[in-house]
Each structure stands twice: as structure tokens, then as C-alpha cells.
Write a protein that binds this ligand. Sequence first.
Ligand SMILES: Nc1ncnc2c1ncn2[C@@H]1O[C@H](COP(=O)(O)OP(=O)(O)OP(=O)(O)O)[C@@H](O)[C@H]1O
Length: 535
Amino acid sequence: MDRQLQIRILVEGGIAALASVISLVSLSKGLRSWFENGSADLPFLLCCAALVVNYVFSQRFVARLLDTAVTSITAARRDLLARATLGPWSSIQERQRERSFEHCQRLLEQIGVLLPGLSIAANMLILTVVAYAYFWTVSVSGALLILLGIMVLASRHVHHMAVARRYLRQAEIAAERNAGGVAEILRGSIEIRLGKARRDTMLTSVDGAIADWDTLRRAHGGNVAELFSWINVFLVILSALVVFIFPRLGIVSAAELPTLTMVLLFLIRPLAKFLNTVPDIVAAEDAARRIAEIRAALPSPEFRPMPSTDADMPFETITLAGVEYSYTNARDSRGFSVGPVDLTIRAGEVVGIFGRNGSGKSTVLKMIPLLVRPERGEVLLDGLPVGSESLEAYRNLFCGVFQDDHVFSALPQGGGFDRDLFYDMLDFLDIAHLVQVEADGRLDYTLSRGQRRRLALAIAVAEGRRIMILDEWTADQDQSYRQRFRGEILWRLRSHGLTVILVSHDEHAADLCDHTLFLSKGRMQAAPVTLSEVA
Ligand SMILES: Nc1ncnc2c1ncn2[C@@H]1O[C@H](COP(=O)(O)OP(=O)(O)OP(=O)(O)O)[C@@H](O)[C@H]1O
């Protein structure tokens, strides 16, 4: 929030609160002079004018505060979206596993729900401060005594809020464990239903998190209830002090008592409202702190998106020059290293990457479109390194079907997507009768895993890019389709002018490639006579 806005909010809140107090004081004065002299036009007029000012400014104050908070939440949501779409792929994968994005969205939602109450509480706080300031004009000693009481209450508040913060934080961790466990149960819903031991283990773990959340939230409820009791007792003592004790001690005069009683009654309402909102303020403050922490740990966008990118950018070669990448592994101090790898991909070629499970094929494949950034070596496009300014255009050369592929619920709009070619590909891949495309591009289908990968291939082809990446596309296909892939499908991809980079365990696929790369334990290996010889 910029300083000018802060000042504006404070001034508007201050004017609203001052107008409230003026309206009350003038009403009290007006009533007194009406009873005593039978006329009180001026105070009543003042009261009405102050009420109008109060109406206008408190509305402005709350609306501006809400507006500012909503603007910050919207900015945070857009920032998360930018990081999710433009952040480095490998870090996003990592964060998604930690469910940071989901968590942030939930916290933002939580703040959104608390916002109206918080804005009104802020208005109440200013009102309380102004009403209290009025006390000083009537009785300094009375105001000092009230200050003493407020300080005692504030110390209880600080204590209870520290406890509340601790409970809320621990409850949030338990809720996260619960959500993570339920998500895992849903992902493994088949295995859970087939194995009692597995189900019992998961249930014990998730139920433990539920029990922890239950205990912590109950403790939080007890703590908040105790604080509310303190607030109630304080407000009763405060009223008794001002109305009964102060006049007897001569701290306020009998003439001032009606005005003070009115201001007091008026002060108690916003004070109670504000104090009761404090747990929500703590919860919102805690959520905002967690959001700030999560956002600081989330990777920033890798590049500035371009207004438009040439979907058909020509290229001649892509070269991996001595690229290397290492995974650190908490359980294995050696981790896993891939490279150095040298590979040149020429436009129009079919390039195959082969090797056993865990030999680093997918890692090399992801280094080609720079989804995984090599720690050493370079990726060159037509002999030139790909800088962050050309990263988006470079990545736009690629489409593909990856091992953990995702078929979006709707077809891409624009960007060179060829609907006719898509329908043609559905037909070519024998799934046209199983896929329905709605008028708005949404896809409606029920497909087996192998068929879903055919749909992913149809979409990728229709996207009209220059390079197709296929990571073990045939792994889920039946024998006849594997054969078809080696013949017809690969031929069809070539006929569309596509450069194909494929990872495969299929012995026969190597024969169809113009260029091959064999990997063993992350290192390049000379071409073996048969694939089973790859070490
Ligand atoms: N995100 C990661 N963090 C840590 N290690 C990883 C990660 N991804 C892969 N690895 C490790 O890197 C090695 C190579 O993985 P990669 O997926 O590149 O192999 P692959 O040859 O494609 O295997 P497969 O044929 O089974 O798909 C594996 O041993 C794996 O443990």
C-alpha cells in the first residue's frame, strides 16, 4: 500500500470517527438544553450534519480498505499464476509436490472471507480511539484510569493472541498433513481398496493428523473463549467505573455524566466489536505471513511473455554441447548425474534416445527444450545459445507427449492450432468415435490410458509446431499399434515436416532413427549391436 493511500484511509476513518463522536456529544448537549430551555436547534443541527459526514466517510473508509485488500489479494493471485506458468519447470514440479500453490490459494481465500469483518473492525478501532480521546477533554484522571484498564486488558490480549498464533500454526500443519494424506489416498484409491494393511497405515497416519487438528482447534477455541470472558468482564468494570464510581470520586461532574455515559455506551460497542475481531485479525495476519513466506520461496518467472510468438519459426539444428545435470538425493549423497551429453538434432530428422530404466533419457529429453536447465554445457539453436529473451520463442518450437502427460480439458484456441488436422488425426489414430469436441473447444471423452496418449498425440500434431517430443509414447500401446507407430505413424509425423525426438525401449525403433543417442547410467555410450546390450 503506498503512503498516500495509507494517509487517505487514515484521514477518512478519522473524519468518520470524529463525526460520530461530535454527533453524540451534540445530541447529548441538545437534549440537555432542550430539557432546560426548551430549545436546542443548533446542537441538533450539528448532530444531523455530523451524522451525514459520518455516513459518507465511514462508507468511504470501509470501501477503500476493502478495495485495497482485494487489490492485494488479486495481485497475489496473479503473481502465483505468473510463477506457475512462467517459473522454471523443475522448481514448479518441486513446489507442486509440496502443494505450495494450493496452500497459498487456500490462505488467500481465508483472508478474503475475513476481509469485511476486518475492515469494519478497523473502522471501530478508529472510532474507539476518537471516543476515548473525547474522554481526555472531560476528565484527565478518568481517561488515565481507563488507560490503565486498557493496558491490563491489552497484556491479556497479547498473551492470548500469542497462544492463538501457536495453536493456529500447529493446526495448519496438521490440516496440511490431513490434506496431503487424503490426496494420496485418492491417488492410490485402487491400492487402498485392495490392501487392508496399506489402508490401515494410511488411515492411521491421516487420522493422527485429524486428531491433532481437533485437539489444537479445541485448545484454540478454549483460549479465545477465555479471552472473550476477559473482554466481557473488562467492559462491565469500565461501565461501572465511569457511571457509578467516577462521579462518587469526583472524577467527573454530575453535569458531564449524561454525555460521558452516552459516549461510553457508544465506545463500548466498537471496542467490543474490535476486540472480538482480534482472533480473526491474528488468523489473517498469520495467513498473510505464510503467503509471504511461500511466495518468497516460489521461483520467479524465467522470462517476460512476448505479445506474440512465431509458431512456425524455422531452424536448422539444435545442439546439446556437453550438457550436464545432477539431481541431489537426500538418501544417496552421490545423487544422480547426467552427461556430458553431445547431440545434434537436424530439422526433419528422427532422433532416438535409448537406454535402460533410470539411465537419464527423460532428463536429457527435458534438457532439449530447456525445461531442465543444464548445469554445465549449452543448448544451441542454429549454433547460438538460447538466452532468456529467446526462450519463449525457442520453447514454442516444441510439442509432445511426455511420460506424465496431461490432456487439457479444452483444445487450444488460436496459436496455429489446426482443428481439421486434429479431427483427421483422431480418425487416423482410431479414436474419432470416442472423442467429442464441444462448440467452445471443450473435450468430452472416456478413454483408456493408451487411447488417451493417442489423443495427446493428435492434439500435439494439430498444434503445428516444428519438433515433436515423444517420451515412450508406445509404452501404453498394444502390439499392433507399436508396429503402426514404427511404420505409418512415424511416417505421418515426418510427412507433416516434424522433427521427432523419441525415447523408447523398443528394440526396433532405433532402426527407424536418423540419429541415435544411447545412455547408460547418465553417460553417453557407443551404439550397441542390440538394445539389450545397453549397459
Ligand atoms: N526430480 C528428481 N529428483 C531426484 N532424482 C531424480 C529426479 N528425477 C529423476 N531422478 C533420478 O534420475 C535418474 C534418471 O531419471 P530419468 O527419468 O531421466 O531416467 P529414464 O532413463 O528416463 O528412466 P525410465 O526409462 O525409467 O523412464 C533416476 O535414477 C532418478 O532417480
